[in-house]
Structure formats: structure tokens, C-alpha cells
Write a protein that binds this ligand. Structure first.
Ligand code: SF4
Length: 367
């Protein structure tokens, strides 16, 4: 992974291959998400996975609750261009079938596949196919909670238990000669998530998939995830990112990239600046910005071309042109029209209804 602009000292991790993709080592920090469709509904899952791919998602995970879902994986994988991750709980046979269907990575929870012999079967299948395993530890489903459902633990006790269970599973996999492992340690709050990841990182070189689990609604979850993931990244921790939001997974991808972009770790589309509007505004800045985002973030070509561009959408001619000066190009509103500005120069006047198309044309013709 590359270092964060704030601290710049990335943790050294082993490199794990996921299809033609890799996590850890010197790989860029990747962005992943999970479909919320019924995996047995191949069309719906493929449609969503493709939307995620168009938005820049680099690995897509799907739930595999039963054999029918496992058997659907081959058709899903054949219809998408990014690695497919199978999320498995309890049944080792689902993991083996997922690998047989061409899944690029398997996610399991510590202990919930059962006895060592069952884990051995999963490892055997993964090893033969070159498929890595993510050990996903969630605070809410720790094995220790089965014996003690209401522990009086402080955050550091939770973190220690999470790390203990993650390391236990890593040790089990390694004892079976398997090293292609990624670990995640997630809680629904920042304190336990950050503590657990920091503690794990002191004890292992296994790459970390980071995120705050069940982070919440779009606004609350994005704030919580940005802080949690941001704190980890600023300490050099994290090899792949998933933002969990109760929201369209495409928004999870966008939020993850915005976090990485804000820390100078990845580039992703333009820097789209817009004013908050006030009583001087006589155009619909919000609508223009939403339409622009929709167009840019669903088109890989536009996303790529607009990378690193600063585009301004301002509401009025009083402050707009001044504030748009530092942008590569943009528009400052009047009444139903606006001044088109490039590198601080006022070029022309265009109708409000043409703003979005003009920005898109400009991006397309730019490189
Ligand atoms: S750019 Fe104009 S409309 Fe927008 S907030 Fe500033 S003064 Fe108000």
C-alpha cells in the first residue's frame, strides 16, 4: 500500500493475490463493496455488480447463504469484470462449491466453519485454485460471546478478544500450509475498530481489510466510517477498504474513494466544488451537481478523464467567478444562465439547462 499524506509510513504486509488483482505488499489500497441483492437472482446481482464496477469498485462480495446461491456464482463471475468474493458462514460445502464456481476469494468468520477437518476441506479447495481467504472478525459475533453473551468488557478487552480470535484462525490456516490470508476486525464503533486493528498489526503481517461495520445511514455512517477508516489509514494501517452503509452500495464505493482521495492515497474522479447557495442564488445548483455526479460516477471513461480536475459550480455572479478562479473550469450562475469560466477567465454565457452537458463535453474533450 502507499503511505497516507498525514503520516506516510505504511505497514509492511504480505501480498495476497485475488484473481489478477492483489491486496497488501505494495499494492494500492483497494476499494470493495458488497451486493445487497439475492445472489440466487443472477440478473439482479450482475446488474448491481456492474454498476459497482462502473463506479470504480475493485472487488465485489456476495452473500452465499445456500447451495443455490453458491451455484449461481459461476454465472455471476462470467458476467462481471472484477474479482468476485463469496461470503460464507457455517457450511464448508458452500465454500468448496464457491471455489469450484470460480470465486476469487472466500470470506469466513473465525470458528464458524466448524472442526479442523472442515476447515481443511476449504483450505484444500482454496489452495488448489489459488484462492485467498479473508478471516472476518466482527465484534458482535465473537466466539467468546457464545459462552459469555453479556461480558463486562471495556473497549480494549473487546479489541484483545477480536485479535485473539483472528490470530487463532490465522494460526489454524497457516498450520494447514495456507498463507493467502486477509483479516478484518470490525466493530460498529470507532474505538474498538481502531484498537483491534492497531493491536493486530503489531502481531502479524497479514493484510488488513478495514471498515467500521454496520456504520449506519448515509450521513451518520459516512461520518463514522471516514473517521474510523481515516484514523487507521493515517497510522499506515489498511490494505483494502469497505465502507458499510445502509445505502445503495454504489454510494459505499464513492464514500470509500472520497476517504482515500482526501488522504492523498488514491485518485478518483474530479474535485467537484459547489457553493452552499444563499439568497442570491437564482439557479438550481443542487440539481446540477447531482446530475453531474450521476453522469461522471457511472461512466468509467468520464471518471478516468476527470481525475484530478477541479470543477466549480457556483450559484451567483457576485462571489461565483472569484471562487471559481482556482478551478480548471466551471460556471457561476445568474438568472437561468451562467458565466462559463476556464482557468479564471470568463469565456461565455450559457443557459442553465446546458451546464451539465457543457461540463461533460469539456471533460470528454480534455485529454
Ligand atoms: S456563490 Fe453566490 S449563491 Fe453561492 S453561496 Fe456564494 S454568494 Fe451565495
Amino acid at each position: 500500500m502507499s503511505g497516507c499524506a498525514c503520516h506516510g509510513k505504511p505497514r509492511k504486509t504480505r501480498k495476497v493475490r485475488v484473481g489478477r488483482f492483489s491486496i497488501g505488499g505494495t499494492s494500492p489500497i483497494s476499494v470493495q463493496s458488497m451486493c445487497n441483492t439475492d445472489t440466487r437472482d443472477v440478473k439482479a446481482t450482475v446488474d448491481q455488480a456492474r454498476r459497482l464496477e462502473a463506479a470504480g469498485c475493485e472487488l465485489v462480495r456476495v452473500a452465499v447463504p445456500d447451495m443455490q446461491a453458491a451455484q449461481a456464482l459461476g454465472r455471476i463471475k462470467g458476467a462481471i469484470g472484477i474479482p468476485l468474493v463469496a461470503d460464507i458462514h457455517f457450511d464448508w460445502r458452500l465454500a468448496v462449491e464457491a471455489v469450484r464456481q470460480g470465486a476469487d476469494k472466500i470470506r469466513i468468520n473465525p470458528g464458524n466453519i466448524g472442526e479442523k477437518d472442515k476447515v481443511r476441506e476449504v483450505v484444500k479447495a482454496c489452495k488448489a485454485a489459488g484462492v485467498p481467504i479473508r478471516v472476518g472478525v466482527n465484534a458482535g459475533s465473537l466466539r467468546a460471546l457464545r459462552d459469555n453473551p453479556n461480558p463486562r468488557w471495556q473497549p480494549h478487552d473487546w479489541a484483545k478478544q477480536m485479535v485473539k480470535e483472528a490470530l487463532g484462525e490465522v494460526k489454524l490456516l497457516e498450520s494447514l500450509g495456507f498463507r493467502d490470508i486477509v483479516v478484518s476486525l470490525k466493530a460498529d464503533d470507532i474505538e474498538r475498530t481502531v484498537m483491534a486493528n492497531a493491536l493486530f498489526a503489531m502481531k502479524s503481517d497479514v493484510p488488513l481489510h478495514i471498515g467500521v461495520t454496520e456504520a449506519g445511514s448515509f450521513l451518520a455512517g459516512t461520518v463514522k466510517s471516514s473517521l474510523g477508516i481515516g484514523l487507521l489509514l493515517s497510522q499506515g494501517l489498511g490494505d483494502t477498504v469497505r465502507v458499510s452503509l445502509t445505502e445503495d452500495p454504489v454510494m459505499q464505493v464513492r464514500a470509500a474513494y472520497e476517504i482515500l482521495k482526501a488522504l492523498g492515497l488514491r485518485q478518483y474522479g474530479p474535485d467537484l466544488v459547489s457553493c452552499p447557495t444563499c439568497g442570491r442564488c437564482q439557479v438550481n445548483v443542487g440539481k446540477v451537481v447531482r446530475e453531474l455526479e450521476e453522469r461522471i460516477y457511472s461512466d468509467p471513461g468520464l471518471l478516468k478523464k476527470s481525475e484530478g480536475m477541479k470543477i466549480a459550480v457556483m450559484g451567483c455572479p457576485v462571489n461565483g467567478p472569484g471562487e471559481a478562479r482556482s478551478a480548471d473550469f466551471g460556471v457561476a450562475g445568474g438568472k437561468g444562465r451562467g458565466i462559463w469560466i476556464e482557468k479564471g477567465k470568463q469565456i461565455k454565457v450559457i443557459k442553465e439547462s446546458e451546464w451539465v452537458n457543457e461540463v461533460i463535453r469539456k471533460i470528454r474533450g480534455s485529454k
